[in-house]
Design a protein around this ligand. Sequence first.
Ligand code: PLP
Length: 383
Amino acid sequence: MAYELNDKLKNLVPYKPLEGEYDIRLDANESFVALPQDILDDAMGNFDLSKINRYPDPYATDLCEAFGKYYNVKPKYVTAGNGSDELIGVIMSGFFSKDDLVLTLSHDFSMYAFYAEIYELNHQVYQKDPETLEVDMTRLIAYINENNVKGIIFSNPCNPTSLCMPSDEIFRLVTSVNALVILDEAYMDFAPKSCIGEGYKYDNLIILRTCSKALGLASIRLGFAVANSTLTKAIQSLKAPYNVNSITQAIGAKVYRKAIHLYECHAKITRARDHLRRSLMNLDGSIIEKLFDTSANFIFMRTSYASEMHARLLERSIAIRLMGDYLRITVGTIKENEAFLTEFKDISDELLSQGKYCEIDESAKVKTISDIASTVNKGGNNA
Ligand SMILES: *Cc1c(COP(=O)(O)O)cnc(C)c1O
């Protein structure tokens, strides 16, 4: 007798972030702004070490209050999670039954498809427009209603496309379908189009937020779900009781009460982002074939030189994200962005002068969106 892993697990490999030491890391969409020492001291000063033998507050009451106050949402509609990644898993495992039809979009955050597969849902990937990477909402709504779709999960602003749909389009979706809409607003602090304030009004909408991107707290693992009372009760019943540790609760609560610090973070990051995007736009003659608008803390571009650019930047100790014919560059400090720009320009000139562009078989360049999706999935897109 021998124990064998099931088919689902046999070929599964653990998620591996980029290995190796690189001087400049622009590949994981983290914030480049450090948490000010006084906020950290303040949070830790209030942390009661004598209670370290006790479990944390299962509902993270104080933290959810601070979050609710910052976003103008009643705390009773808020659930904290061990990163929004945990909440995505919890929601997808509990709200759907095996074989329920659940849609993810392509391109989008790869963890959605991962959980859909692991929980054995009937998972379909809905393709965005192959050229613009935008979603035609009318078409999407019709698809959901015609196919009895039970749930849809997507990010807005989208990782990796950096595009943002307006909130009235999202509400149109929510009110036009019976499906559960899981709206991941991981990057919404960079774009003023949030649905969060009105999330509680709908019986089929869950909004997710994270502290890992705009707030610069990726290491403490903290995310939130906002939804009406019925959905919130379901999420709270599904989650592990003590999912958010007490140190994370203390730091998170303190940071959400420092609104000024958070506004400064967003301003610094969006300024650096706009500067970086303008500089890329103003390069004359580069490998960039399309530079997308950005509502996030990263920049997304299409180039048939993506893999060469990615590899050569790594040789120069700069890490960015490669996804098929696309590159995703997280905004770094002004110094990091300047270094990136210099090397990008240099490599771009090198690649263009090698004339490789002309040698490319034009038919090979036209890829279908599903080719791209499969490359994206292989390459992963976990952060
Ligand atoms: C980074 C990211 C997350 C993960 O957030 P955590 O809170 O760190 O788990 C979720 N969704 C999207 C779209 C992301 O890009």
